[in-house]
Design a protein. Sequence first.
Length: 500
Amino acid sequence: MPLDDLPGRLLVPRRDEERDRIRRDYELRKRTGGGAPVDTGPGTEVWIEASVLADTLQHLHADAVTIANGVTRATATGDALVAWARRMGTDKLPAIGAGGAVIVRTSAGGARIFEGDELKIGGLRYRALAGRIYLDGEQVPVGGRDTGPGTNQEPGAVGQWSATRPGLFPSAIVAEQADGTGLTGGSDVESDEDLRARLDDLAANPPASGNDAEYRALAQRTLGLAVQQAFTYDAIKGPGTIGVVFTLRPAQPGGNRIPSAPQLAELAPAIIGSMPGNDGVLVGAIAANPIDVALRISWSRNVPGWQDASPWPTYQFPAMTQVKTGTTPTATAFRLTGCASTPPVGTTVAFFDKPSGVFRAKKFLTVTSLGFGEFDITCDVSNGASDTLYVPYPTQPLCPWSDSLAAIATPVLAYFDTLGPGEQVDPPFFDPGIRQRRMPPNPSEWPSSVTNRVIAKLFPLPAVGDVTLQLPSVPYEAPTGSPGALSYLTTLKTLVAFPQ
């Protein structure tokens, strides 16, 4: 076999293949020895013994594959990958608790909260990150003492302080961050895929002597932060300065990756205290740049297609049919605008519930025309025809319903998890080096622009016959941020799909 045709991995026989090899070997030896042909079919003694031996050999084959995969970092998993990490001076990152802030209530004059004071929300433990006197209504930065994605909390969640401090009311409320989230960043132990990507980055950009790679490595090792990837902007405000931003490991595909203000405050001292004092370190924030993704899809024959014989609505550009802004929609009643035709009674449409990563079905019970392409809709809730919990937001577009829509959500969400923040200075840059550019370099690593790759993982899906990207127009580049202060990260706002 030519070397360039080798599979690049250790191939071992499956159980049935191993059993058949043993049977053939038995028959061959029997004939070579001059014996009569022997029956080795199912149920015979030879078949049973060959099956038992094949079962036993599967354990040896599994060990052989594990050892072979550990020879190279690209295929290593589990303990073998951790061993690679330790040889490269790092380790698998631990599980992290969520961080953010809570709003406290105090008596007149405030109350002193000490660093490490414990707060419990639904049995999960958090700790105060900064000790001082807080006045009534102020926000206290907190971080998870318990770990994992379960420590993420929605704004408004109520917690109880474990210690009684003079002037401090026993309850506190999770504060809403600028991006609408509460406590975020809770993450499980770093996955093999994330660790392998981080090791590849370390190998391609070795940290040393205060270079940009060392700043990124420091950010990723900051205790208490589930840093997915750090990004630097060398000389962003002139010689001797460096901008640093970072994304968080999402708790699930499409989960929040933008650090909150308390999490940014945790990173700054960790970096500044480890690098030369005359370095001008600027820890910047990340702001979301949400966009809609619209697809045209034809489903495979063997999967559920569009539910209605005449799917509604049809795709329109640039303004799709959407929930009217300025209204107060509910889960079962909302006003639509931008309708090119009258919505048929009985049609079923889909809204994308991004926090849950699923589509929600709404079946029209009544349709009332208001003129100018606007209609008031009520939904049929009998026999589970419509979802009764998800509330679409004003300006949210909708699309026809298909049970097969469930297959496309996770790959699209996962694609957006691979994007990095954009530049902080408008190109073209004044020199060909790395000054003021984002590192790792865009777009070869952690691209900031949306391209046709957003649909690349949809083609292999059994449910998808064909798919084209309608929106956004690609390549779509993230907006330019503010030098040393802000970077924009393109995120998925909502997902819709229409018939091809």
